[in-house]
Design a binder for this molecule. Structure first.
Ligand code: SF4
Ligand code: SF4
Length: 292
């Protein structure tokens, strides 16, 4: 199993476009593949495929429930909570758990010496598994609205990968914060998708610094090449970062994508280019594809 994360420093650069088209290309070349949509705040990769629902699980964590009959209002749980999720007013004998802020770490339960804290499940989101053509798997992480962090849902989605061989494509959340780290940490290689604009370059720099800090191998695909300037290419040259592919800025590509169509399906040359990108990555990392 070789995991490739498709990531970008910001939304809207074409990360899901690349992830879904790579997945389609692998399938159409009879290569074992799984697609995991880890962009749990706004997952949409599954919408590009005519899928069959296989299973769905709810992801929860445990939040404290405080028994005010046993509570002495000592304040120890409040002190132990790093997330300010316990609100208390001892003079008025008020103590409340702010469930939306709670990270389910359990520290308050450990801290309480008066057996005043029990726990209950709190829903964070769902992980749904689908199949395509009865043989390929797609997994979607989707967090509930109002939940502070999608990290637990992303972890649960990656755990749902059942196969041991082939290629897993992880559609990463945008940005460089915890959800991005949680996803790319699980991968063997990261494809960063960017666009040749000042914003694209600025976000690319941040992604590159983050990946270097966690010691991940990566390369870059420039989407909408020809749109802006050549600063991104110059940056890649200066930093000796592999440029994996340039996808030209074309109205036809945007039109196909906006209507939920896969460009690699209608343009076999594009599919071949993506296949070559994946095969080069595998070769450089001592792997080969798993043709059926
Ligand atoms: S640690 Fe226990 S007893 Fe103390 S305030 Fe918290 S719930 Fe109440
Ligand atoms: S479980 Fe952790 S985050 Fe939640 S209220 Fe207790 S100490 Fe705070």
């Amino acid at each position: 199993m070789f995991k490739i994360a498709i990531a970008s420093g910001k939304g809207g650069t074409g990360k899901t476009f690349v992830a879904t088209n790579i997945f389609y290309t692998l399938m159409s070349n009879q290569i074992d593949a799984v697609l995991v949509d880890c962009d749990a705040e706004a997952p949409n990769a599954v919408a590009f495929f005519d899928v069959k629902l296989n299973s769905a699980i709810e992801v929860t964590h445990l939040v404290p429930v405080i028994d005010t009959n046993k509570c002495t209002f000592c304040g120890k749980c409040h002190e132990y909570c790093n997330y300010n999720a316990i609100f208390m007013l001892p003079p008025s004998k008020i103590i409340n758990v702010i469930e939306d802020l709670c990270h389910g770490c359990g520290a308050c339960s450990v801290a309480c010496d008066y057996d005043a804290i029990s726990e209950k499940p709190f829903p964070l989101g769902n992980v749904t598994s689908y199949s395509y053509n009865n043989s390929y798997s797609l997994i979607e992480a989707r967090m509930n609205i109002g939940v502070m962090s999608p990290v637990s849902v992303i972890k649960a989605a990656i755990k749902q990968i059942k196969v041991q061989t082939g290629i897993t494509v992880l559609d990463s959340p945008p940005g460089t914060s915890c959800p991005f780290i949680q996803t790319v940490e699980q991968s063997d290689y990261v494809i960063l998708v960017t666009e040749p604009t000042p914003f694209g370059l600025s976000d690319l720099r941040q992604s590159v610094e983050t990946l270097k800090a966690i010691n991940k191998k990566f390369g870059v695909i420039i989407n909408r090449a020809g749109l802006g300037n050549t600063r991104v290419q110059e940056y890649l040259d200066d930093e000796n970062i592999p440029l994996l592919l340039e996808i030209p800025y074309k109205k036809e590509i945007a039109e196909l994508y906006s209507t939920g169509k896969l460009v690699s399906e209608s343009d076999p040359f594009f599919g071949q280019q993506l296949l070559a990108v994946v095969e080069n990555i595998l070769k450089q990392n001592g792997n080969s594809n798993n043709k059926r």
